[in-house]
Design a protein around this ligand. Structure first.
Ligand code: SF4
Length: 326
């Protein structure tokens, strides 16, 4: 591990000033410390933000949900408001990582975590994300767990987060603060596809800090849930996953929010699936027809062609679980 200095801050302005000077924020440290040990990350200064007052979950005036950036994953998963309003969020969190990691890792850190592509973590491998211009070892290497959607010639790494898939489905917005003051941005605009610059993963400015995630209110009743398919049932990343939220009134689907994980370079919203559902009556046939659109535009690699069919089946199954097995 390379030498670094450590400082602790207790108000947001102090944090932003330290970030402006090049400090890296640390809270749970469940990604950053690993990467520092492997010398993938070499920050000169760590700015410990765990003393900031960003640890609340609250219902907004408009009936949505606001989750502070420093709420631990386990706390958010167990929060009665999260469980009651958006089970898809608590389920995604409970299926993430391990209990120990969920007790440490924060919601803001989850959205700032870096890819789990093994070549990214191997400093002897070519990786455009770690070292721009060096190439991508995954393209010709073992790419079974890599992305099939949103990829580029420069990078095919999947986004690792589960809860970000639930946030994407629900069209979450992020609250940030920086030297120019506070601003909000949609999660869809915040998490970047690799394009030609895979080293740039989030649309965040120097010194900016995530302060909260806001889920807009959605019409009620809203049924929602998260399904994760993986090689083993614990402490494993998704091969495919599906976050589904459905508003069904008088037997008709009025609103559908669907996103997939484990398949995209960012959490992958599925508007074609949503469009097929809205205005229809739930049925087994509808779930299957909608899910058939889940992999539109997929570009599988040598070892992950199975994800195309697995994604469709994952979405179909989760639509059935949430919407009913009519
Ligand atoms: Fe690096 Fe992306 Fe290629 Fe993985 S897929 S080796 S993260 S450039």
């Amino acid at each position: 591990m390379h030498p670094f200095t450590y400082t602790r801050v207790f108000d947001t302005r102090e944090a932003v000033n330290a970030g402006q000077r090049g400090g890296r924020y640390i809270a749970g440290g469940t990604t950053l410390v690993d990467l520092m040990r492997e010398t993938v990350e070499r920050p000169g200064t760590l700015v410990d933000i765990t003393g900031l007052p960003l640890g609340e979950v609250s219902v907004t005036e408009r009936g949505g949900l606001r989750i502070g950036a420093l709420v631990r994953m386990a706390e958010a998963a167990a929060d009665p408001k999260v469980r009651a309003l958006y089970p898809v969020i608590s389920q995604a969190l409970e299926l993430s990582a391990s209990a120990q990691l969920r007790n440490m890792a924060t919601i803001g850190g989850n959205l700032m975590q870096r890819t789990r592509c093994p070549y990214f973590r191997d400093v002897t491998a070519a990786c455009n994300k770690r070292e721009p211009g060096s190439g991508c070892a995954a393209h010709k290497g073992f790419n079974r767990t890599h992305a099939i959607l949103g990829t580029s010639d420069a990078c095919v790494a999947t986004h690792p987060s589960d809860v970000a898939v639930a946030f994407a489905a629900l069209e979450a917005r992020l609250h940030l603060t920086g030297s120019d003051g506070p601003r909000t941005v949609s999660l869809a605009d915040f998490l970047l596809r690799p394009g030609t610059t895979p080293n740039s993963e989030q649309a965040i400015r120097q010194g900016e800090l995530i302060t909260a995630v806001e889920i807009p209110d959605h019409p009620r009743p809203l049924k929602s849930g998260y399904l994760k398919v993986r090689d083993r049932q614990s402490y494993e990343f998704a091969l495919t996953s599906a976050a589904v939220a459905l508003h069904i009134r008088d037997g008709v689907i009025r609103e559908a929010k669907v996103a997939a994980g484990g398949v995209g370079t960012v959490p992958w919203k599925l508007p074609a699936v949503e469009r097929r559902l809205i205005g229809e009556r739930p049925s087994k046939r509808l779930w299957a027809e909608a899910a058939e659109r889940a992999a539109d535009g997929a570009r599988p690699l040598r070892h992950n062609r199975f994800k195309v069919e697995l994604l469709k089946r994952t979405v179909e199954r989760q639509l059935r679980i949430v919407g009913g097995d009519q």
